[in-house]
Design a protein around this ligand. Structure first.
Ligand SMILES: Cc1cc2nc3c(=O)[nH]c(=O)nc-3n(C[C@H](O)[C@H](O)[C@H](O)COP(=O)(O)OP(=O)(O)OC[C@H]3O[C@@H](n4cnc5c(N)ncnc54)[C@H](O)[C@@H]3O)c2cc1C
Length: 331
């Protein structure tokens, strides 16, 4: 094995893997991470820690991942190339490995302009680094791990043991290009893939057929992204504004509509009903993608709603999870 992480072990054992996303707080409260980690304990084989998602400053993914390890849980540290050059990234990777972090998801990162949304101001004027792209980051991590070399060629006395991941947006048009892009990520060294949210299982199955034709599913472990819908407005936003995400109208129509002049009580009722429907849809999506050859797990993202995950995992028949391998800094 490359990293001996729990996620790698579960996949190597041929089990259907479950990962879940944990969004760190917009502040220095490590207990917020501990609380969410406690909610997810036992429901996932590894927990993804986002890296300033939507380009908003949050408690760092490295520190959050280290807190998870203190709690006895396995993190997937997410790292974007938006905010760091190759020097900073390699240094952070060595630090992360020394803290016991074994899984890293390599990402481009949301554009910094995304941060200015709703009530948030974000940092739309921030300089984006993009010294390297997400595929080059994977290749650098692979070189560090397999050859014990830094990107520039200098040796590492102790190489980091890493399970290397990449994100993939399967339904980003043109689909042929999307599959080619997956191939590039696999060739660069992606041991596992976590996809953008899938709402159209039939369409995803067609893309996966194309993936199987090229044999990519045999060279990497593909975990289908399940973004738990909370209401119709969220799905409409995902459909219109998130690149590569299409939501069938039939899914949106399952949620109750709320009249503009609805009372507080009616709004509350609609919210509770919507959340139940959202969890049910997530379970159906998991069961749908699980039938597709080449899908080796699911990555569940219940955005700022981690409390929904245990119920979904249970209802999808994915419990109990395999006994996890112990976490901790290498000795
Ligand atoms: C599972 C997951 C987790 C994420 N976590 C974070 C996070 O923690 N922090 C954060 O800031 N962002 C996060 N993102 C957002 C993500 O980094 C951006 O959406 C990014 O634009 C696309 O994913 P990538 O990182 O793999 O980019 P890459 O594959 O490196 O793509 C880079 C750029 O190329 C474009 N591109 C890719 N394929 C195509 C295509 N077929 N046609 C045209 N253009 C294309 C993309 O839109 C993107 O702008 C996450 C996304 C996913 C799916």
């Amino acid at each position: 094995m490359k990293s001996e992480s729990n996620l790698e072990t579960v996949l190597c054992d041929g089990q259907f893997a479950v990962t879940a996303e944990l969004g760190p707080p917009m502040g220095a409260d490590g207990n917020a991470v501990r609380k969410k980690a406690g909610i997810l304990r036992g429901s996932a084989d590894a927990i993804n820690i986002t890296d300033c998602q939507t380009a908003v400053v949050r408690l760092s993914s490295i520190a959050s991942a280290a807190i998870l390890i203190q709690e006895g849980l396995e993190p997937v540290m997410q790292m974007t190339v938006r905010d760091r050059n190759r020097l900073a990234i390699q240094s952070d990777i060595l630090g992360a490995a020394a803290l016991g972090i074994k899984n890293c998801l390599c990402l481009a990162g949301d554009h910094q302009s995304f941060g200015a949304a709703g009530k948030l101001k974000g940092h739309p004027g921030a300089k984006n680094v993009f010294d390297i792209d997400s595929i080059q980051l994977e290749a650098i991590l692979k070189k560090m791990r397999d050859e014990g070399l830094q990107e520039g060629g200098d040796p590492l006395d102790v190489p980091p043991k890493l399970f290397i991941g990449a994100a993939w947006t399967p339904m980003q048009e043109p689909i042929d290009f999307s599959v080619v892009r997956l191939g590039k990520k696999v060739a660069a060294g992606a041991d596992f893939i976590q996809t953008q949210g899938v709402y159209d299982v039939d369409r995803f199955a067609e893309v996966m057929a194309s993936v199987r034709e090229r044999g990519f599913h045999e060279r990497t472990a593909i975990l289908a992204g399940i973004i738990v819908p909370r209401n119709a407005a969220m799905l409409r936003y995902m459909n219109s504004s998130v690149a590569g995400v299409t939501v069938p109208e039939s899914l949106i129509a399952r949620f109750p509509s709320v009249k503009k002049d609805a009372t507080a009580e009616e709004k509350k009722e609609a919210r509770i009903k919507s959340e139940e429907i959202g969890k049910k849809i997530a379970v159906e999506l998991i069961q749908g993608v699980r039938q597709i050859e080449g899908v080796r797990g699911v990555h569940i993202q219940a955005i700022e709603w981690e409390v929904a995950v245990p119920e979904i995992v249970k209802a999808a028949g994915l419990l109990p999870r395999p006994t996890p391998v112990p976490v901790g800094p290498p000795r």
